[in-house]
Design a protein around this ligand. Sequence first.
Ligand SMILES: [Zn+2]
Length: 160
Amino acid sequence: MVISTFFKRLLFAREIEIDKELKVLGNREIMVSPEFIVKLQNKYAKQIYEFAEETFSNEIEHIKNSTGVTGMKLLELSLNLLNLYGLGKFEIMELKKKEVIINLTFSPFAKLSKGKNCILIAGALAGVFKIFFNKKVRCEEVVCEGEGKLYCQFVVKVKG
Ligand SMILES: [Zn+2]
């Protein structure tokens, strides 16, 4: 069994509890299957994006306030967290003042149906970067493994 160093660090610091309830960095979590999420996404795309954005921005805000971590460290922590939640492996390709390009490999949703399937992840990234930029953002998946590509790619733009 391979355990990520990030997961080990959290376990060691007692930031993951899995006794009576699953808690990560103080936030209650549950595990659900990717198929379940894809079914929801197919029916409620816009809502899933918005809920994911709201949920993750609240979560990252909570982590920011409780740990005091900010800036690039907070961004790294956030992407590690999305990875820990099973959303795949994220890599920042370009980070500009008002625009970010992120590549994702191993998306849990990509290959479950044809086309662009990572709506929840786009929303989650919007939530992460809303806190990072402290501004409203829009995240769009421009390339998806579900289209037969080798990775998924997201573009985050600061609004206005
Ligand atoms: Zn995708």
